[in-house]
Design a protein around this ligand. Structure first.
Ligand code: GTP
Length: 688
């Protein structure tokens, strides 16, 4: 690797790979090491950051990496450099590297809590099914759930008040139990699936017998097919869909046609038992409660076939079904327990929240002390509100819960950082593409030469000399750009490139370069009536005084977008003002007649002022059916026979216009207005 000797920005003593260096005595090597400049670096630093840390310009970094494996063409100021290249550049510059403690990213140890491995089959005990009811709008999901819930309430002591906790348990006379989720079907299902959580063992698909298979029926089937089964008996075949029980509803209606429903479902691979498949179909009426028990039994029968089992021992695992904030209790969640047994005092984590369980209750609001797998339970004690679908895991202690939440927040932060890096990378690629196109046009010329060619091309397109144009037209802004380093001038020129002829004021680059503002810059600006923009450069007092004398504006900035804002303002100030009309008064024409003045007949409009006032000295327009027929001044404004200067709301007046050919019509409108100049704003927005 070597540096190009003629590179102008590389001072001799900055070159590292000096063959003589090896021949130096140990003593001199030691002393040179001591005097080496120390550069603070960190992983992921950008080209620009490295240049700044080394007190060099960006081109220095490019040149240093020129003959390495780095793809220079795709390297931008904000490109992140690999650790190896950071080291290489520092080494080549003969500088010493120091890893920054603050910015160096330490790889944090993963402190997340995770589910336990599959339970030993010997520990598994039977559990009851968790069921979701799905189907098309108005096919009777809510009525069905209500009926099922009431069966339960009736089975309990009369007058029991049910509480909506997103799920409820139904006990059948046979002693079997079913947990129904009563969260809005699709939304809850999708939220849980999006988080990879699956709590449903069975879907009851409700189809109205008088309506048949509809759009959301098909979507529900798709949801059931896409979902994964949480059933322990089926855990080896995770790709299996959630089994369906078909509830053909509204069978009490005379127009009900259950057979049509079954036939229609064949097209979606839902094959009922009558058709040789394994889907049980139950004809029900959610309204009358007919066959409710048969539906529950069909569900239990399917659950038995699924051999649903869970491990009720060890730390709890579950899923958040719903979460809400209760005025008195704070954040509350409803959960379905899937493993272990939840007890008061357990420490849980879910999403980025944790809880020490203070209170547990069932759907009847009754405090419970334990919740087993498949049981819906309300949990109080959360620090923040977890989301539906979040996985609940029990951890050993509060400090451990805090650690998990901390880690998850950190991980989310990292994700966000990655996303912004991705965005930066996309921007870099866009720039790279623009550069590639420019290179196709200009070959491998240095950017300075490219800018000069572009500058000359532009000049050729505009044959009139700039000076003459500036003198003739006020909407031309000649500018001179000075920057501290090549990189900043190039960046500014790139931004100027986004300015095109479609913008109302012409932007003319008269001169650009690196370094402080000079007398020459001031002279050029004076000649062309231009403005000097300096980025990270100075203008000595004498220069400032000379500029002031010559009426030349020097604008110095240290932040690039401030410079652009300033330039936008300057461009705006060169634009002609916009003229806006302000209405002073409106009148409608009630009668038309003419008067004789000398030999001439002058048409007169008899008006009533409806709004504001008419002022004789202001401008007027005549409007018919929304179209402006005339704009101009009045030659007379009268009240009866008297000349007046103002006619106010509600007053009648007669007026004649400075255009005699106009014929007034009853119903026309007269508008009195004035014109106001409004400062225009440039439409150029380079996106800062
Ligand atoms: N005749 C008859 N009407 C029913 C039956 N089940 C529900 N309905 C009526 O059908 C209408 C819709 O019932 P819902 O239970 O609100 O239907 P849904 O599927 O929950 O509707 P969304 O919540 O909008 O998706 C209501 O007017 C019910 O009274 C039934 O078995 N027979």
């Amino acid at each position: 690797m070597h540096l190009i000797p003629e590179w102008p920005y590389l001072k001799r003593n900055e070159s590292v790979v000096q063959p003589e260096a090896e021949e130096r005595s140990q003593k001199s090597q030691l002393s040179s090491r001591k005097s080496k400049k120390e550069v603070e670096v960190w992983i992921g630093m950008t080209v620009e950051e490295l240049a700044r840390a080394m007190e060099k310009d960006i081109d220095y970094i490019y040149e240093s990496l020129m003959n390495t494996a780095v793809d220079i063409d795709s390297l931008e100021a904000d490109s992140h450099l690999d650790e190896v290249w950071i080291k290489e550049v520092i080494k080549m510059a003969g500088m010493k590297l120091k890893w920054s403690k603050l910015k160096q990213e330490k790889v944090r140890e993963n402190k997340d809590a995770v589910k336990r491995p599959q339970a030993d089959p010997a520990l598994l005990t039977p559990r009851f099914p968790v069921v979701t009811i799905m189907g098309h709008v108005d096919h009777g999901k809510t009525t069905l759930l209500d009926k099922l819930r009431k069966t339960q309430v009736a089975a309990m002591e009369a007058g029991g008040i049910t509480q909506h906790i997103g799920a409820f348990l139904v006990s059948l006379p046979s002693g079997e139990k079913i947990t129904f989720l009563d969260t809005p079907g699709h939304a809850a299902f999708s939220a849980m699936r999006a988080r990879g959580a699956q709590v449903t063992d069975i879907v009851i698909l409700v189809v109205a017998a008088d309506d048949g298979v509809m759009k959301q029926t098909v979507e529900s089937i798709q949801h059931a097919k896409d979902a994964q089964v949480s059933s322990s008996a089926l855990f080896l075949t995770l790709s299996l869909s959630v089994p369906i029980v078909l509830a053909i509803n509204k069978c009490d209606k005379p127009e009900a046609d259950p057979e049509k429903v079954k036939k229609e479902l064949l097209a979606y691979d839902v094959v009922c038992e009558d058709y040789g498949g394994d889907v049980q179909a139950v004809h029900v009426s959610a309204l009358t409660g007919d066959n409710m028990m048969a539906l529950a039994e069909a569900t239990v029968a399917l659950a038995e076939m699924l051999e649903l089992k869970a491990d009720p021992t060890g730390p709890v695992e579950g899923t958040v079904i719903e979460s809400f904030t209760d005025k008195g209790r704070g954040p509350v969640t409803t959960a379905i327990i899937q493993r272990g047994t939840l007890r008061k005092g357990s420490i849980l984590v879910a999403g980025k929240s944790w809880a020490k369980v203070r209170l547990m209750f069932d759907e009847n609001g009754k405090t419970i002390n334990e919740a087993y797998p498949s049981m819906p339970v309300g949990i109080v004690g959360w620090r923040d509100l977890p989301s539906a679908g979040d996985e609940i895991l029990e951890v050993e202690s509060e400090p451990r819960a805090r650690q998990v939440v901390d880690w998850r927040k950190y991980e989310q932060e990292q994700e966000k950082n990655k996303e912004s890096l991705k965005l930066i990378e996309e921007k870099r690629k866009e720039h790279q593409e623009a550069h590639r196109k420019a290179r196709e046009k200009y070959g491998t010329l240095h950017w300075k030469e490219r800018s000069l060619i572009k500058y000359k091309e532009k000049k050729q397109q505009q044959p009139l000399k700039l000076k003459e144009r500036v003198e003739r037209e006020s909407n031309v802004l000649p500018i001179i750009i000075k920057g501290d380093v090549d990189g900043s001038v190039e960046a500014l020129l790139d931004i100027m490139d986004t300015y095109d002829a479609s913008h109302e004021c012409e932007l003319e680059l008269v001169h650009f370069g690196v370094g402080d503002i000079s007398e020459n810059d001031v002279n050029l600006a004076e000649t062309f009536h231009g403005v000097i923009y300096g980025f990270n450069v100075n203008a000595a007092n004498v220069i400032q005084q000379s500029a002031a004398k010559k009426g030349v504006k020097i604008k110095l900035h240290k932040i690039i977008y401030r410079l652009i804002e300033d330039l936008q303002e300057e461009l705006s100030s060169r634009l002609p003002c916009n003229v806006e009309e302000h209405v002073i008064g409106e009148a409608s024409i009630l009668a038309t007649f003419s008067i004789t003045e000398g030999k001439k007949k002058v048409p007169v409009a008899g008006c009533r002022v409806q709004k504001g006032q008419l002022e004789k000295q202001k401008k007027f327009k005549l409007i018919r059916n929304g179209h402006v027929l005339w704009k101009g001044s009045l030659i007379s404004l009268k009240h009866h026979k008297d000349d007046i200067s103002v006619s106010k709301t509600g007053m009648d007046c007669g007026l004649s216009l400075d255009e005699e050919k106009i014929e007034f019509k009853v119903g026309d409108d007269i508008v009195c207005y004035e014109e106001k100049e409004v400062v225009a704003k440039t439409s150029w927005d380079p996106g800062f």
